[in-house]
Ligand binder design. Structure first.
Ligand code: CU
Length: 279
């Protein structure tokens, strides 16, 4: 191809900078991009952040190099204040631009849809009462109900007698089926390091799947302004080993046994008595 010397220089600078930037983004910045690798869903989100950052870098660099080169080389010198010759379109550049941008957008759409639906079970978002993206063994997932109320979170475990706990522990390596709902106003359950964020809406059973992969703490916040003490809806949850989870559940059942009879029967959602203050 016959390239103008300017084009060749711009391309060389761009290629060199791209060859430096992309590996740095993938290898150095990538491991620090949010939300981390604590669950399959979080990993899929982190991978998406790495791919998008690595892909955007050459585009940003091309624009920056072209801009910088134009400022340095094509600027008017002295008191010559004359426009350059008009450009009336450039077929090959336009065709290349359309082909490359279409390939990037369509490629990302296919990859993103596959990740969302097949490998990351809805990627931690609430999918409503009838989820489309299910983990392979959805039937065996551990069900945990997440209850938002002004201004705290509580959790119910239907497979352990409807036990309600004031804090959240989850077993590592298992599929968890979160049923997020609210007792009063709209909240949003955001377990940051797990890559889960699902709206908690009264009367709605909002299902989000998560598969914890690593042990450790995760922070839980309400991410929907829900009243005066919205900022107080903060907790720390734990991903623990299966035996630790079993002993935590046993201990919670023992500690909460006396309270169990005051709880309403386990349901997918609750409509509290409007004449009483919820919670
Ligand atoms: Cu809230």
């Amino acid at each position: 191809m016959n390239l103008a010397p300017e084009t060749r220089k711009i391309l060389v600078v761009w290629l060199v900078l791209t060859a430096i930037a992309v590996p740095l983004i993938v290898l150095v910045l990538g491991p620090h991009l949010p939300p981390g690798k604590m669950s399959s869903e979080a990993s899929a989100q982190t991978d998406a952040n790495v791919v998008l950052t690595a892909l955007i870098a050459p585009i940003v660099l091309l624009l920056a190099v072209y801009f910088g080169y134009s400022l340095a080389v094509f600027r008017a010198r002295g008191d010559q204040l004359e426009d350059g010759p008009p450009i009336q379109g450039h077929g090959p550049t336009q065709a290349l631009w359309i082909v490359v941008t279409s390939a990037i957008v369509l490629g990302l759409a296919v990859w993103g849809s596959d990740t969302l639906i097949v490998s990351a079970h809805g990627a931690g978002g609430g999918q409503g009462p009838n989820p489309d993206a299910l983990p392979a063994n959805a039937g065996q997932a551990l069900q945990v109900q997440v209850l938002g109320q002004q201004w705290n979170w509580t959790y119910r475990f239907p497979s352990f007698g409807g036990l309600e706990t004031a804090h959240l522990e989850l077993p590592v390596g298992e599929d968890i089926e979160l049923h997020v709902t609210s007792l009063d106003v709209v909240h949003s359950f955001w377990a940051y390091q797990l890559g889960v964020k699902a709206d908690a809406v009264p009367g709605v059973d909002n299902i989000a799947f998560v598969h914890p992969r690593r042990l450790g703490n995760f922070s839980i916040r309400c991410s929907e302004l829900c009243g005066l003490w919205h900022g107080h809806m903060f907790q720390t949850g734990q991903v623990v080993s299966a035996p630790q989870f079993a002993s935590w559940i046993a201990q919670q059942r023992h500690a909460e046994a006396a309270n169990l009879k005051y709880l309403p029967p386990y349901a997918r959602d609750y409509f509290p008595d409007p004449t009483r203050r919820a919670g």
